[in-house]
Design a protein around this ligand. Sequence first.
Ligand SMILES: Cc1ncc(COP(=O)(O)O)c(C=O)c1O
Length: 444
Amino acid sequence: MDRYLNVKKQDKEIYQKIIAEKNRQEEGLELIPSENIVSQAVLEAMGSILTNKYSEGYPHARYYGGNEVIDEIEDMVRERAKKLFKVPFVNVQPYSGSPANLAVYLATCNPGDTVMGLLLTDGGHLTHGWKASATSMFYKSVQYGLKPDGYMDLKEIARLAREHKPKLIWVGATAYVREFPFKELGAIADEVGAYLAADIAHIAGLVVAGAHVSPVPYVHVVTTTTHKTLRGPRGGMIMVTTKGLAKDAELGAKVDRAIFPNLQGGPHDHTTAAIGVALKEAATPAFRTYGKQIVKNAKALAKALMDRSVNLVTNGTDNHMMLMKCGTGRGAIVEIALDAIGLTTNKNTIPNEPSSPFYPSGIRLGTPSITTRRMKEKEMKLIGNYIADAMEMVKDVDLPAEKGVRKAFLAECRKDFAKNKELAKIRKEVMALCKKFPIPTVFK
Ligand SMILES: Cc1ncc(COP(=O)(O)O)c(C=O)c1O
């Protein structure tokens, strides 16, 4: 049965777009490390009548009537999150990862206080104090970089923390391929009296699966998105650890106030329920196997690429992602070539980026989505070879030095690569792989 029957009857234009996107997702492979595929159960909870309700406030203390059932749902989801991540306090209302992070600033800092986070161009997130983010407009942001070898620079972080005495330090990234040294950063934060917040948006599913060390014993606050490796709906959560409550017994209450009424209005109850469904899935042995397979697949893909002489930042990975070095400013060219063979990736800066964030020199690849499609090491070898073949085919295409012509040049590349017969041959093989590994609806 057509899952979108009523959209089809009522709104043909939107229906056609949904089907076009569904086909794109089914007929290609998503290698963007922040993306995943949710179960039908998560989709159904998200698409439920819970979206009709207003519930400003928190369970048993709402500003609207009729919240008896919603209270039970939110209580249940909070308990699931506490148990899964082993934390004493959680807020499941953030609309997404960015507002969750902003709420942590509100709960721990006053406007104008000093905060520290990883540079965006070295893999940090916008909300960790990047110059274009509100977080650097309302707080004094000190940014730390990675070492030239692509690893965290603990000595430099300690030096900056001693010099600037930040109120809040962020650990976490949108593009970092090694395990985070939570313990060592916890010691630095303690020494200077700072709050340490771990943003595990990317690795939450790996932490739950035991495939990445948990930050919980070492940090005061943990934030996450729910839609990446955790495989839930688009949303966010903020957790306060026992260490956080020992530093400030009011920290949980401050986080709650920061989300509502400081930042947000009514929670998205349909999303809360879908987060609950995802957390129940994440508590199963099958999810532990899934999380571990994500990392095994990432290591296998990294090896396949390096065997073909593709350079990777830090020469490998500990988690779900890797960063390919594509030559100065060539990330966009490789992204377009990979698009042409049915592999969706994203251009990304690399540590010590020699070009710019808009024309970066790397490509970020990740395995959460293809692992959900039940692919294993054997398929990683195939995909690694497809990527290396495509890169080889476009190796002589360089980004023009003249900035004004770059946009038009990349548009031309897109047309040329779409007509390229060699790339089309690989596209067929990718299509066959997609057919062999269809998008699942139930995860066992
Ligand atoms: C580390 C990290 N934190 C926070 C976010 C923000 O999440 P959202 O896009 O849901 O606001 C992201 C998103 O990519 C992220 O990678």
